[in-house]
Design a protein around this ligand. Structure first.
Ligand code: KG4
Ligand code: ZN
Length: 369
C-alpha cells in the first residue's frame, strides 16, 4: 500500500492527511484558525502564517500517527503550492519540501483548485474498497471562498476552464453578505444557519448578463443587498451616509434576506451549469458526470440543488463529504495519488509557490498538477 502525506496551508486551515493508493483517507487532521480571525471579521494574512508556523509540525505528526504509520512508511509527500496567501502557502510548502528532501521521497506540488475539483473521488476508510470509476466527458465546478470556476473534464486530470467569476467568488460573496447582515465570521456557514426558515423569494435578484455566458458575477447581488439592508446612500463621495444600519433589521427580515441572497447565488451557479451542459451536448458529447468541490458545497441547500440538477439531466454527481469540501489536506494527497497512479513521478523541489491557480486567466493547462 503506497501512502501519501498531504499538507495544506493555503489560507487559514493548517491540515495534513494520509491517503492510500485506493484513495482511501487513512487520517485527516485540520487545525482551524477561525477563533484567531473572528475579531477582525475575516482572515488576517500575517496572523494566519504565524499560526501555520506554530501548528504545522504537530499537525503533520498527528496525521502520520492517526494513520498508524511511521514517516518511513510514506511513499511521497504532497502539498498545495498554489493558489493562496503566499505567506501561508510557504509554511506548508517549506515543511513538505524539507520532509521530502530529508527522507528522499517524491514530492508533488499540487494545485489547490484542482484538488477541490477531484475531492469527491476520496473514500473514507469504511467506504467501498475499489476507487470510483467516473464516466467522461464530465463537467466540473469549484465553488469556494477564493474561486468559482467551471470546467470541462475529458478524463481524470484533463481539464479546460470554461468560465469563472469576474469579481467575487460565491463563498466570498456569501461571507460579505453575512457580514452585512450582522452575522459573525465565518460567514458562509452562519448565513446558511440564518437562512433556514427564511423566505428565499422575499427579495428578487436579477441574474447578471455577461459577455461570456459561462462567467459568474456576484458583485451586483452584493450591492442590491447592501441597499436593501442599509438604504441608498445620501450625499456624495466620502460625505455619503446610509440611512440605516444592519442592526435595524428585525430577525425575520434578516432570515428572509439571508435565504434570498443564498438562493440567488446558487441559482446563478445552476444557470451556468445548465448553459455549459447544453453547449457541450450540442458541440461534442454530453457530459456524463459532474464533479463538484470547494467550501460552499458543504452547504446543504446547494448540495440538494446539485443532486436534483444532476438527476433531472441524467448525470452522476461526484461530490465530497462535507468535511472534504472545506479546506483539508486529504484532497491534496488524493490529487497527488491520482497523478501518481497516472504515471506522474512528481515534481522537482524547485517547484515554485504561487498565489494564483493553474487555471488563472491566460494559463491553459492540459494536464492538472
Ligand atoms: O474551500 P474553502 O474552505 O476555502 C477556499 O479555498 O476558499 O472555502 C471557504 C468558503 C468560505 O467562503 C466559506 O464561507 C464557505 O466556503 N463555506 C460555506 C459553508 N461552509 C463553508 N458557504 C456556505 N455554506 C456553508 N455551509
Ligand atoms: Zn479551498
Amino acid at each position: 500500500m503506497k501512502c501519501i502525506l498531504g499538507i495544506e496551508s493555503s489560507c487559514d486551515e493548517t491540515a495534513a492527511s494520509v491517503v492510500d493508493d485506493r484513495l482511501r483517507v487513512r487520517s485527516s487532521v485540520v487545525a482551524s484558525q477561525d477563533e484567531l480571525h473572528a475579531a477582525y471579521g475575516g482572515v488576517v494574512p500575517e496572523i494566519a502564517s504565524r499560526a501555520h508556523l506554530e501548528r504545522i509540525v504537530p499537525v503533520m505528526q498527528k496525521a502520520v500517527d492517526d494513520a498508524g504509520l511511521r514517516l518511513d512508511d510514506l511513499a511521497a509527500i504532497a502539498v498545495g503550492v498554489r493558489p493562496g496567501l503566499i505567506g501561508s502557502l510557504l509554511v506548508g510548502v517549506s515543511a513538505a519540501k524539507g520532509l521530502a528532501w530529508a527522507r528522499m521521497l517524491p514530492f508533488y506540488g499540487v494545485d489547490h483548485v484542482a484538488a477541490h475539483l477531484f475531492a469527491g473521488l476520496l473514500r473514507t476508510s469504511d467506504a467501498a474498497d475499489e476507487p470510483m470509476r467516473p464516466e467522461f466527458p464530465a463537467l466540473g465546478l469549484v465553488v469556494s471562498g477564493g474561486h468559482t470556476s467551471l470546467f470541462q473534464i475529458e478524463g481524470v486530470l484533463e481539464c479546460a476552464l470554461l468560465g469563472r467569476t469576474i469579481d467575487d467568488a460565491v463563498g466570498e460573496a456569501l461571507d460579505k453578505a453575512a457580514h452585512l447582515l450582522g452575522l459573525p465570521h465565518p460567514g458562509g456557514p452562519n448565513l446558511e444557519r440564518c437562512a433556514m426558515g427564511g423566505d428565499a423569494q422575499a427579495l428578487r435578484f436579477t441574474s447578471p448578463r455577461l459577455p461570456s455566458a459561462l462567467d459568474f458575477s456576484l458583485s451586483g447581488l452584493k450591492t442590491k443587498l447592501l441597499y436593501e439592508v442599509r438604504g441608498v446612500p445620501q450625499g456624495r463621495g466620502a460625505q455619503s451616509v446610509f440611512p440605516r444600519a444592519s442592526s435595524d433589521l428585525d430577525e425575520s427580515r434578516r432570515r428572509d434576506l439571508a435565504a434570498s441572497f443564498q438562493h440567488a447565488a446558487f441559482a446563478q451557479v445552476l444557470e451556468r451549469l445548465t448553459t455549459a451542459h447544453d453547449a457541450m451536448s450540442e458541440k461534442s458529447a454530453p457530459a456524463r458526470t459532474l464533479f463538484v468541490g470547494g467550501g460552499v458545497v458543504a452547504n446543504a441547500t446547494l448540495r440538494a440543488l446539485l443532486t436534483q440538477w444532476c438527476s433531472s439531466r441524467g448525470l452522476s454527481l461526484v461530490v465530497p463529504e462535507q468535511r472534504y469540501c472545506v479546506d483539508n489536506a486529504a484532497m491534496i494527497a488524493g490529487l497527488a495519488q491520482l497523478r501518481r497512479l497516472a504515471g506522474d513521478q512528481g515534481d522537482d523541489l524547485s517547484t515554485p509557490t504561487e498565489p494564483v491557480s493553474l487555471f488563472a486567466r491566460g494559463r491553459k493547462p492540459t494536464r492538472v498538477q
